[in-house]
Design a protein around this ligand. Sequence first.
Ligand code: PHE
Length: 449
Amino acid sequence: TSQNGADQPSKKELFTSSGFILAAIGSSVGLGNMWKFPYITGQHGGAAFFLLFIVCLLITGLPVLLAEMTIGRSGRRNAAGSLYQLTGNRFWGMVGLLFILTAFLIMSYYAVVAGWTLHYTVESFTGLMFGEGTDYKEKFLDFASGYLPIFWQAVTMLIAGWVIARGVSGGIEKFNKILIPSFFVILVVLMWRSLTLSGAGQGVEFFLRPDFSKLDAESALIALGHAFFSLSLGMGCMVTYGSYVNQKQSLGSATWAIGFGDMLYAFIAGLVIFPTVFSFGLEPGEGVGLAFMALPAAFSQMPLGFLFGGLFFLLLSIAALTSAVSILEVPVAYAMERWKWSRKKAAVIVSGACFVVGVPSALSVGGVLGSWQPGGKTIFDWVDFSTAYILMPFCGLIVTLFAGYAWKRAGEAAGLTGFRYRVWMFLLRVVAPAMIVLVFLYFMGVISV
Ligand code: PHE
């Protein structure tokens, strides 16, 4: 028998066409869109940066997305097994293991952050979060440094594991079919609320006024790195989901749909977050600060704030959970094929292992392990840094080299011919690898711009 299960029969579990698009959008729309994107956009020239982001999506994100889905659908295996299956070459099977490792590590800490959003959802709806004179920064740090985050991390792993255990169409697809439309409704309600606040215009302006003078080489690299993370690339997620796509589906149109959905959500998220923050005269802090410190302060001051706050964190929770499911499926699919485990067994064992590995991350955000900072970073920051800036770009590079050079039948499998094929290949062989290497060197501090 082979290393990665190349002897197994084709997968029988498949998504329906619309189910696949929804699940892929669910994967790409995550915590990244909801707080990271608006923030970096505001900092790097508003609408000008948004245009740059779209360019990065077009020339690197979408070509790699199409490559990942094509590899999955043709290989019909897990992320590592598909590379092996398509070439019969052990080397690619081994390299593909990096996808599995990356996804496992990302899941371990993504579940921690997803857990925070669940806690905040409950605290908002019940009104427990808000009070006269509360310092929301202190409140967040109090929470994050205790043991409660481990409980919510466990809840996240239980939900994700449960969905995965129910299978591709009965679990993943159904989950997304229920949550993504709800997500959209909540998003529209919140957008209406934020845009009708007095002083909302200032926030819209911060987000969208194009300032081309703020664009530089650094903005380009940040836009590119974000395009990658935002589309869930570089960790085998889209390879794994691609392996459940039926043969008739057009992967080209799926690529456009997913890219557009991701961009649209990021855009609307900005229209929710900035007007809300600005209309209460708050500072749009970075990342964690924005969602967990500045926004609760804003909600505490508006009428029915507990309701809008609750809806906002529910929105974040949904975004996080639909992404978490897609990440967890990568190692679960691997375990099922490599060790011939049943789906249930794989879901239970992998979620359990992921939970255990994530506990140190949960305890290092100001908690008992927070003061242990080898090399100046907490455990949480190390896992984040090594996956987002080292493993993901590396895996992305593998995809471009595999589909661009090693596997000769990519065009046929993707359904591209003639001019469109040549454009795709040019982006995949030349532009994307060059961009990925630049981003990698930049974030590693090897080059500065
Ligand atoms: N795309 C998700 C986001 O924007 C994150 C993610 C990365 C999900 C990798 C799956 C895989 O938050």
